[in-house]
Ligand binder design. Structure first.
Ligand SMILES: Cc1cc2nc3c(=O)[nH]c(=O)nc-3n(C[C@H](O)[C@H](O)[C@H](O)COP(=O)(O)O)c2cc1C
Length: 527
């Protein structure tokens, strides 16, 4: 049998898009056959959450100083708001007879492979057990009730992925997108919690098998073949001031007995294609129990924003721009620097992330005031500066541009056409103020532990979610870009091997609306 890291490296290599060949996917797509984006379980009790749409008097900029945000009490109202702001619907769109929903968390192709679970013990607002969140209905389905009496109050959120929901459209590359989406969902959860004055502790030590057991994902007969969920993340919600020790609290639910209810409904579609490499890479990246480092230092955002929007409103208005105004006036440099500051590894948005930053940004600057168009880099961990300089083109200047940011000018020139071509010819990468490639410390990470392959994408997704929300706060808009020509990006950067690899792209600018689309509120379908 191949060592796991080789399976991962092979998967990564074979799922690269290139100028002359896209990664393997379905030859044709029947949109009538799209997998249901909403999972539901039949045969279990359900709890309707309080009416969605509530706003709190917390401004988005207040999130820069988490210690000043009022801590909401742990009630069904506040937990409902947490779930809504993290994973709930944000709007419906309609074009002709087609109608589709959008959510607070973005997703590649709007396919939403991520499922969310709430695990509660010892709270008086809900029976101790595991609940699946149905974002469409803003409702919890009770998957299990713990039969042991657990008195300790604990509130956890579990995330999993239905790989097939994404592979239906994107084939073999879909596993990468599922991991990006988990990173975005983690970011969405962190902003939702921060709005409530809460924080998130990622339970980084736990094995995937234990997450699966806790969420009932290993109860294979409760799921249809090919529609199973793969365990990804378990987080603890911290609702008190700053009990960092609580992040170490042992999981009182782990060994407790439970009564399980319900079976997952079919997602309705035929399974025309199967993508065994996704099962293989999923197996090879399964996480065992480990002892991960803890990080507790966070820096306040050095650059304030003038945004006066409430955090909840901003979270609900987040959208991906589908086209940009290529004639926009240049983005003020202060807004640009705030966006860069927000993704540095020691800001509040990354307080849940345990590890040193492994993802760095190579930025194609098109329209930013006081910056010469060209290629720039934001090095998110100073230890990576020399290795990045060694691994990239000798032509790069590496001139530091700002006294406070690890931001470097590499090369001057008009990058618009290049950025567009590299991102699968998408004009969103060239009509924006800037677009970027997220470049990760790759081979050593995967060789050290194959499951960290997923972490690299999660880190990219987390950065993407910060950029999405910060862009909204600056009055502009972002879009994640999963489609790009991997090795052409490496060639332009001068990267010759897989020491570093580009794992995600992103673009930010002035969005242009599409008049043909109608927009409707998120939850008018609820009674
Ligand atoms: C991982 C990821 C990759 C994406 N890739 C692309 C892309 O290549 N091109 C594009 O136009 N949009 C892309 N998007 C944007 C999604 O299409 C968008 O999030 C989805 O349609 C939902 O819309 P919303 O973000 O407005 O809620 C991507 C989003 C994510 C999270």
């Amino acid at each position: 049998m191949k060592p796991h890291h080789e399976t991962v490296l092979n998967y990564h290599q074979r799922t690269k898009h290139s100028l002359d060949r896209y990664a393997k996917g379905p030859e044709a797509i029947d949109w009538d056959d799209q997998p249901d984006p909403f999972r539901r379980f039949s045969g279990c009790d359900s709890i309707t959450l309080p009416k969605p749409g509530r706003d709190l008097d917390v401004l988005f900029i207040d999130l820069d100083n988490p210690q000043n945000i009022p801590v909401q009490p742990l009630t069904i109202d506040s937990v409902g708001l947490l779930l809504e702001l993290a994973f709930g619907l944000s709007a419906w769109k309609q074009y002709g007879p087609n109608r589709w929903s959008l959510r607070c968390n973005p997703s590649s192709g709007n396919l939403h492979p991520t499922e969310a679970y709430l695990i509660s013990t010892g709270s008086d607002f809900i029976t101790s057990g595991v609940y699946h969140y149905v974002s469409h209905d803003h409702r919890l389905e009770q998957r299990c009730q713990f039969s042991d009496k657990i008195t300790e109050t604990d509130l956890l959120i579990g995330l999993s992925s239905i790989h097939w929901r994404e592979a239906w459209k994107y084939g073999e590359r879909a596993y990468r997108y599922c991991q990006h989406d988990i990173g975005h969902a983690l970011g969405a959860l962190r902003y939702a919690a921060a709005t409530l004055g809460w924080s998130i502790a990622l339970l980084a030590d736990i094995a995937d098998a234990d997450i699966a057991a806790l969420l009932g994902l290993d109860r294979h007969h409760d799921f249809i073949k090919h529609e199973q969920e793969s365990p990804d993340v378990l987080c603890r919600i911290l609702t008190t001031a700053h009990p960092l020790h609580l992040t170490d609290q042992k999981l009182s639910t782990r060994s407790s007995a439970a009564n399980w209810f319900g079976k997952a409904d079919s997602l309705r579609a035929y399974h025309l294609y199967s993508w065994p490499v996704i099962d293989d890479v999923s197996e090879a990246t399964r996480k065992p129990n480990t002892l991960e480092p803890h990080k507790s230092v966070t820096r306040l955002m050095p650059l304030t924003s003038t945004c006066q929007h409430r955090a909840s409103a901003l979270i609900r208005q987040r959208r991906s721009a589908q086209q940009f105004d290529g004639k926009m006036s240049p983005l003020p440099i202060a807004d640009f620097y705030r966006l860069l500051s927000a993704v540095l590894a020691d800001t509040a948005a990354f307080d849940l992330w345990h590890w040193p930053a492994k993802v760095h940004l190579f930025i194609f600057v098109h329209r930013v005031a006081d910056l010469t168009p060209g290629l720039y880099a934001l090095v998110r961990d100073n230890a990576a500066l020399k290795p990045l300089q060694a691994a990239t083109s000798d032509l790069f200047a590496w001139q530091q541009q700002s006294e406070t940011l690890p931001f470097y000018h590499l090369y001057s020139g008009d990058m618009k056409q290049l950025a567009k071509t590299l991102s699968c010819h998408q004009p969103i990468a060239s009509d924006s103020a800037f677009s970027l490639a997220m470049v990760a410390e790759f081979r050593t990470t995967v060789e050290s532990a194959p499951w960290r392959y997923r972490h690299l994408f999660w880190e990219c997704g987390l950065i993407g979610q910060v950029l999405y929300l910060e862009a909204e706060a600056a009055g502009i808009r972002g879009t994640g870009i999963g489609c790009y020509f991997d090795d052409s990006v490496h060639e332009i950067l001068g990267i010759k091997d897989d020491t570093f690899q580009s794992l995600y792209h992103f673009t930010i600018g002035k969005a242009q609306g599409d008049n043909r689309l109608q927009t409707f509120p998120a939850y008018t379908h609820l009674p």
